[in-house]
Design a binder for this molecule. Structure first.
Ligand code: GAR
Length: 206
């Protein structure tokens, strides 16, 4: 049985698109849910024939009611994995208790967690940033890291140009992390994520 995957996205959905287009993902995207009616991700999902759900933040009396409604909608899809692909609202601790969750983030965590990580990285003047895919835990952007890759900041970068290059990396790292999860190859040992059956890296040999 393929792994049932629910994807949550607030934005344009380019990371969702990378998942939809990934060969041999080993899983099926059974639901794409968003908090925003204007999320490009919803259009991309519909175009791919994937079920969509809009659970708009403003339609609920408070955060708890919205969170519970979204959780109920996702639970109805019976996912084995929930992927946050540019989901811009903080979810309650109930989420990572209910499902294994992966998130992609546009910085080298633990540097620059939270929203507007690309802007914060540029404002700080870093020369290198990157992308991180990690398991979701209760604390925001603090979970065990599955994959990371660096992106060099160019002197003429603005947030848009830098974010585009980071996204190009995310479009590789996120599908690969999901593929490894679906293949049952991600093993958690405390904060450490081991990839079962991975060839030893050069670093490990020397
Ligand atoms: C991605 O860069 C993702 O890492 C980021 O939003 C972007 C979504 O792009 N997520 C966060 O900043 C979460 N804190 P997309 O809509 O084109 O996939």
């Amino acid at each position: 049985m393929p792994t049932r995957i629910a994807v949550l996205a607030s934005g344009s959905g380019s990371n969702l698109q990378a998942l939809l287009g990934a060969a041999d993902l080993g899983g099926e995207i059974v639901l794409v849910a968003s908090d925003r009616h204007d999320a490009g991700a919803l259009e991309r999902a519909a175009a791919a024939g994937v079920e969509t759900a809009l659970v708009a933040f403003g339609d609920y009396r408070d955060r708890a009611a919205w969170d519970a409604a979204l959780r109920e909608r996702v639970a109805a899809a019976r996912p084995d994995l929930v992927v946050l692909a540019g989901f811009m609202r903080i979810l309650s601790a109930d989420w990572p208790r209910a499902w294994p969750m992966l998130n992609t983030h546009p910085s080298l965590l633990p540097a620059f967690p939270g929203a507007r990580a690309v802007e914060a990285s540029l404002a700080h003047g870093v020369k290198v940033t990157g992308a991180t895919v990690h398991f979701v835990v209760e604390e925001v952007d603090a979970g065990p890291i599955v994959a990371q890759e660096a992106v060099t900041v160019r002197p003429d970068d603005d947030a848009a140009t830098l974010h585009e290059r980071i996204k190009a990396v995310e479009h590789r790292l996120l599908p690969e992390a999901v593929r490894l999860f679906c293949a049952g190859r991600l093993e958690l040992e405390g904060r450490h994520v081991r990839v079962r059956g991975a060839a030893p890296s050069h670093g490990a040999r020397h």
